[in-house]
Each structure stands twice: as C-alpha cells, then as structure tokens.
Design a protein around this ligand. Structure first.
Ligand SMILES: Cc1cc2nc3c(=O)[nH]c(=O)nc-3n(C[C@H](O)[C@H](O)[C@H](O)COP(=O)(O)OP(=O)(O)OC[C@H]3O[C@@H](n4cnc5c(N)ncnc54)[C@H](O)[C@@H]3O)c2cc1C
Length: 409
C-alpha cells in the first residue's frame, strides 16, 4: 500500500469509526464524567463504557489494533494509524474499541509468546474486553529508563520462580477488571547485561502481591491507575515464564515498538482536537473590538499547528510503513524519532489551545487540561525523550565512525 493512499478496508473502517465517534463517543463524554463524579470512586468502571463497548463490537470496530488475523482484523500498522488517530481524539474511544494501552501491548505479547493456557486464560478475555491487564517493568529504586537496572528478583525453586521486589507506574493495575500482570524481573544476575531479565505472567491476586497505592499524575487520579506494587515471596509456576529465561529484553522490544507508535497516533488525534477547539474558541470570543481569531499571533499558532500536525503525521506514517515492510527492528530510528516528536508537538498545540481558551482552558469544562497531563506523561512513558534521542544520535554517528577512525589514523 502506498504511504499516501489508504487501502479500501482502511477507508471503510475510517468512515465507520468517524460515524461512531460523532453518534456515540463525543455525546458519551459528558455522561462518562457524570457517572465518574457520582460514583465518588476515581477507579470506578462507569456503565457507559460497557454500553459503548457493546456498540463498538456490534459495529465491528473492535480490536482494530491486532495485527494477527487469527485474533483481530489483521490491519497493518499503516492501516491502523488513521484509526488510532481518530480514537485519540477522545479519552474514552480507545477503551470503547478495546484498543487501549497497555492491554494492546500485553495482548500482542501473549499472542506472540504466551502458551496455549495463557491464551485461553488471559488472551481470550482480554480480546473480549472482559479483562484488563498491566505491565510492570519500572521500579522506584532504580533508574528504569535503563532496563538493565531492573532489580525485581525471580529465583528458580523447583517448578516455580519466587518473586521479590517492588514496581511502580504499572498502568491499568487499578482498573476494576485488571486480573493479570506481565512482570519483568531478573532471573540471572550473572548473565550478560541483556540476558539477565525475563518476563512472567502473574495473577494480580497471587499470594504475596500487594497493590500498595495509586500514583496520581499532575493531581489526576487516572481511572485505570498507575500502581505501586510489592512482590513478597510470590510463587509463580515456571510454565508462566514467557518465551524463556533471559528473553525479557527481546520481548520488551517486540512489545514497545507497536505500543510506542500507537501512542503517537493517538497524540496526533489529541492535537487535531485541540486545534479544532482552538479555532472554534478564537472565532467565538471578541476582545477590543474584534474576534481573537483575527489577531496575527493567534493565526500564527493556528497555522503552525496545522504544519506541525502534518509533519508528525507523515513521520508516523513513514514509521508505520517501515514497520510493515522491513520490520520493527529496522524501523527503530523512525519509531524513536516519532516517539519524541509527537508528544512534544501535541503538547505545544494543546498548550496554545489552552491559552486561547483563557481560564476555561485549565478547567474540566474542556478536555484540554486532561489532554495536557496525558501528553506530558508520554514524554516519559515507554522511555523518556532523552533515551530515544540517544538511540537516534548513536545511529546517526555510527555512519561516520569508520570515516573518523580513518581520518585519525
Ligand atoms: C503516566 C505514566 C505511565 C507509565 N506506565 C508504565 C507502565 O505501565 N509500566 C511500566 O513499567 N512503566 C510505566 N511508566 C514508567 C516509565 O516508563 C518510566 O518513568 C520511564 O521509563 C523512565 O524511568 P524512570 O522513571 O525510572 O526515570 P529514570 O530512569 O530515573 O530517568 C530520569 C530522567 O533521566 C534522564 N535520562 C535518563 N537516561 C538519560 C540519557 N541517556 N541521557 C540523558 N538523560 C537521560 C531523562 O530525562 C529521564 O526522564 C509510566 C510512567 C508514567 C509517567
């Protein structure tokens, strides 16, 4: 498929999804907030979400992310990109279509590396949207952007591993349907640095697992939560090891490629919505005799937003195209580049949209403040900007290393 032309099935999904957003998702946003407020529980699971899920499923707008035809519609990354972007326009759309992180990444891991038992017990209910899951890699005691630092111990004892350690920022662990964790830990501290880590499937209610607290993000207690979790002598059957001992890094690379680009696609959707809100607001507010939209600095922001969105969309599509054609590994530089560019640019646009809204921009009457908090965390989640830039710079410098050595000698 060309980079510039959508396939027929992507066009059909896009049209259906746009219709679903207009007829169901946007009107449900206020209902969602009202149900959350009335519950008094930040981790409440509002009934409107289940209604939306049923409707999305009925319309075939379900598990659109899943690349394996056995388990989903089997869209390519390039076909999925415009759909994820549309879902990114509303914070409830991805979950309504069963396309929300971190469940999507965990479903891909279970598809690729899970046993038949894992597929039956966890993958199927996750694909059905009746179960949620979390991914636990980051630890409070070590700098986790370098995953070789991970300390949670997984010690073999007969047919089991015994887990001891502490994780935090396990997103989704406070979700009412969260039943399972994919945990990264150290099985062999004496192995080569990238072979020490393994991943295991751990039920969240296993004896010794304690969900200690939720971590608020800029004061927001996100519904799905970001949990700090303690593991004390947690016994996990050896058969729940994914892929094999020492394969933790390889699995996280497989998991994070698609996960990262999906975040970027949704960030573009958020930026589009912020631009739309900025234009509407600027035209409706009058100061000193003329609409705010007629001021040249505001027009400058609007024009820059359009230019920036087009640029990050093209880079996202290029990364998606490379993932489809030469694989995630070969596309790693483009994935890293868009993982830096998309959240930063979307943040700038949301920030300007907030400014154009005046005080209203920072309230909950508009989705902008929540978007800002969500996008700001994206500069950290799935790897901070600096770590991705490091990878890009290393790749760039590699091209000239031999020439530099030759020049010196
Ligand atoms: C909202 C949210 C959700 C998250 N969800 C999950 C989740 O579901 N599961 C999970 O396991 N983790 C999750 N995380 C954690 C996230 O992946 C980590 O915060 C991130 O990888 C950074 O690790 P750290 O916090 O330990 O920072 P550190 O490793 O301590 O790094 C701190 C800072 O040092 C700087 N830095 C690091 N390396 C370099 C370098 N080479 N050059 C220059 N500067 C550098 C960066 O600015 C970085 O932000 C989430 C985080 C947030 C905020």
């Amino acid at each position: 498929m060309s980079l510039f032309e959508m396939s027929d099935r992507a066009k059909k999904y896009r049209a259906d999804l746009l219709e679903f957003m207009d007829s169901h998702i946007y009107p449900a946003e206020a209902v969602y907030h009202e149900q959350m407020r009335a519950s008094g529980d930040p981790h409440f699971h509002p009934p409107i979400l289940e209604e939306l899920k049923a409707e999305a499923r009925r319309r075939g707008l379900w598990n659109l992310f899943h690349p394996h035809p056995e388990w989903g519609p089997g869209l390519t990354n390039l076909e999925y990109a415009p759909l994820a972007e549309i879902m990114g326009r509303s914070h409830i759309a991805s979950e309504a279509c069963n396309c929300n992180a971190p469940d999507t990444g965990n479903m891909e891991v279970l598809t690729l590396f899970g046993s038949d038992e894992h597929k039956e017990k966890y993958l199927k209910p996750l694909l059905d949207g009746t179960m949620a899951s979390a991914f636990a890699m980051t630890e409070p005691r070590v700098a986790s952007s370098d995953a070789t630092n991970i300390e949670l111990r997984m010690e073999r004892d007969g047919d089991e591993y015994v887990l001891n350690g502490r994780k935090w920022f396990a997103s989704n662990a406070m979700h009412k349907n969260c039943k399972v964790l994919i945990v990264m830990g150290k099985t062999d501290p004496t192995a080569a640095p990238h072979r020490q880590q393994s991943m295991m499937v751990v039920p969240i209610d296993a004896p010794g697992v304690t969900v200690l607290r939720n971590l608020p993000v800029f004061g927001y207690a996100d519904r799905e939560g970001h949990a700090e979790i303690i593991f004390e002598d947690v016994r996990v059957p050896a058969k729940d090891l994914l892929k094999g001992e020492g394969e933790g890094f390889a699995i996280s690379q497989a998991r994070l490629g698609p996960g990262r680009i999906h975040h970027c696609m949704r960030a573009i959707g958020a930026a589009e919505r912020a631009l739309e809100l900025m234009c509407r607001r600027a035209q409706s507010r009058v100061t000193f005799g003329s609409p705010v939209a007629e001021r040249s600095n505001i027009q400058d922001w609007i024009a820059e937003a359009r230019i920036d969105i087009e640029m990050i969309r093209l880079l996202t599509l290029k990364a998606a195209y490379l993932m489809d054609t030469v694989g995630n590994k070969e596309a790693r530089t483009e994935i890293a580049a868009i993982k830096v560019a998309a959240p930063n640019i979307a943040l700038k646009i949301v920030d300007r949209a907030i400014q154009v809204h005046g005080g209203a921009g920072v309230t909950d009457d508009f989705p902008l403040a929540m978007m800002y908090a969500g996008l700001r965390t994206l500069r950290l989640a799935d790897g901070p900007d600096e770590v991705h830039k490091r990878a890009i710079a290393k790749q760039e410098l590699r091209q000239y290393r031999d020439a530099a050595t030759a020049a010196v000698s």
